[in-house]
Design a protein around this ligand. Structure first.
Ligand code: NDP
Length: 489
């Protein structure tokens, strides 16, 4: 089997070698997963919960080891990687403890027409889930699918990004060690995009993909051939709306963190800010002051390098086109791109049709534009092809909530950024170029399960509409009675 090398995004040195799994190996892995899923099903809700919590405790004990691996492969500082691991643990814990409540069979109303039936709704696992993950949060992001899919009773075959295969292997091997009686339930296949393609074509029962919209289209095309369902978590171009009465220090702190942490390589990171005219200038000054205090570096910077070398060119192009279109840069500019790092950049008055406002920049760059009022801010925020996250800062929480209801995004934070990330009961996902489907929360469990509707006949109905033995006239009268009721109420 051929192998590929992982290089440090900081030094370029080879860190490790990993196998390139082809279609045959991927199919074999899925078959092993199917066997493990049958064993997993036999363990029942309590057995699965106990084992998932055992895995969670093992990951918590090994947090430093996992965070160091994340830091080596992505270049991000270890303190960031530790926080990422903690978020993943919070979600795994929630999924393990809530799967039974969300998915077990329960009685639902059967309605007047079927009052003789007892109606039950339950969820069954889909089987084997193929999870294809990105490199920017190589633990937190795929675990939003992996943890919930396992808790819902499935097996998982995970294909991590070729930049972070060690993290994928760590997750799978740590599961096998913590849950030895079901070791093949979580397996990892490694390789480039072609391995992901093989997984989408392998006969898995659903694909949970996180990555760019362009790759999502390729995965959707592969899934179409076999009608394999797909959940797609793609990028974002998240906006922050700032009202006249917002606490500007709090806004500046949140905006700079939302835009610059993880070197801006965050799907729901802050890329656009719309501030009402009366506070725009003051806010820009505070954002610049807060951003200027940051410096990228390894291992002690506030954030690390661009993990994907090719992204340096994208970030530079967005800045150059914005400036050519009339934007100003009160902090940084194209010269801030000093590979592998990008120093903080603040852009102001960026034309709305510039790539810095329409495409995902995925770098430590934030555009702060002026709007007349909150209505214009909402219109501009909603004008994006993406619809992942958003935030609104206002003096009054009620006013913030009113704006939140008008935003076309999957998640909105009032008076903070990325507020949803640490709340496992809240579903996460977007619309448009940001993808479709939801991970996390009850929806995230149901995403990896199929509804099973059961009726149990309790007694013979007065008029049985599902029998040829019912006289036609009697059935017609019952139907007419039903029609009249529906016409009236
Ligand atoms: P990519 O789209 O490049 O890759 C995502 C995954 O798909 C990788 O594992 C990649 O493998 C794999 N892949 C590549 N080609 C194919 C193919 N033809 N068939 C199947 N799989 C394939 O995204 P990135 O890894 O660059 O991640 C960054 C993107 O992810 C950003 O757009 C970001 O916004 C988004 N993202 C979204 C999140 C969300 O929850 N909405 C969260 C985190 C990131 P390989 O790396 O080996 O090429």
């Amino acid at each position: 089997m051929s192998t590929f090398a992982v290089r440090s995004p900081v030094s370029g040195d080879v860190l490790s070698e990993h196998p390139v799994h082809g279609p045959e190996e991927v199919r074999d892995t899925v078959v092993r997963g199917r066997g493990a899923a049958a064993v997993w099903a036999g363990l029942g809700w309590a057995g699965r919960r106990d084992r998932l919590l055992a895995w969670k405790r093992a990951l918590a004990r090994r947090m430093d080891e996992l965070a160091a691996l994340v830091a080596r492969e992505t270049g991000k500082p270890e303190h960031d990687a530790r926080a990422e691991v903690l978020l993943a643990l919070v979600h795994l814990d929630w999924a393990a403890r809530h799967a039974r409540r969300v998915l077990r069979m329960r009685q639902v109303s059967s309605g007047l027409l079927s009052v003789h039936q007892r109606a039950l709704l339950g969820y069954r696992p889909l089987g084997v889930i193929g999870v294809i993950g990105p490199w920017n949060y190589p633990v937190y992001t795929p675990m939003g699918s992996i943890g919930y899919a396992l808790a819902a009773g499935n097996a998982v075959v995970f294909k991590p990004s070729e930049l972070t295969p060690g993290v994928g292997e760590f997750l799978a091997s740590s599961f096998g060690e913590a849950v030895p009686d079901c070791a093949d339930l979580l397996q990892c296949v490694t390789g480039p995009g072609s391995t992901g393609q093989a997984l989408a074509l392998s006969g898995v029962d659903k694909v949970a993909f996180t990555g760019s919209p362009g790759t999502a289209r390729k995965v959707a095309a592969a899934c179409a051939g076999t009608l394999t369902p797909l959940l797609a978590e793609c990028g974002g171009k998240d906006a922050v709306i700032v009202g006249a009465d917002a606490d500007l220090d709090a806004v500046a702190e949140a905006v700079v963190w939302g835009a610059m942490s993880n070197a801006g390589q965050t799907c729901a990171g802050v890329e656009r800010v719309y501030a009402v005219a009366s506070v725009h200038e003051e806010l820009c000054g505070r954002v610049v002051r807060a951003a200027r205090a940051l410096s990228p570096g390894t291992p002690d910077g506030e954030y690390g390098p661009m993990t994907l070398p090719g992204q340096l060119g994208v970030v530079e192009r967005h800045m150059k086109e914005a400036l050519a279109g009339g934007a100003r840069a009160p902090l940084g500019g194209p010269e801030s791109v000093r590979g592998p790092y990008v120093h903080p950049v603040v852009l102001v008055d960026v034309p709305e049709d510039s790539p810095a406002m329409t495409e995902e920049t995925f770098g430590p760059v934030v555009a702060v534009n002026r709007v007349a009022d909150l209505d214009e801010a909402v219109a501009r925020a909603n004008a994006s092809a993406y619809g992942l996250g958003a935030a609104v800062f206002t003096g009054s929480r009620a006013a913030g909530l009113r704006v939140a209801r008008r935003l076309d995004s999957g998640a909105v934070s009032v008076n903070s950024v990325l507020g949803f990330a640490g709340v496992p009961s809240l579903p996460f996902g977007g619309t448009g170029e940001s993808g479709f489907g939801r991970i996390h929360g009850a929806e995230g469990l149901r995403a990896f399960a199929a509804a099973r509707s059961v009726t149990v006949r309790r007694f013979a109905p007065a008029v049985d509409l599902t029998s040829f033995a019912t006289p036609r006239e009697k059935a017609a009268k019952a139907v007419e009675l039903g029609r009249r009721l529906h016409a009236r109420f």
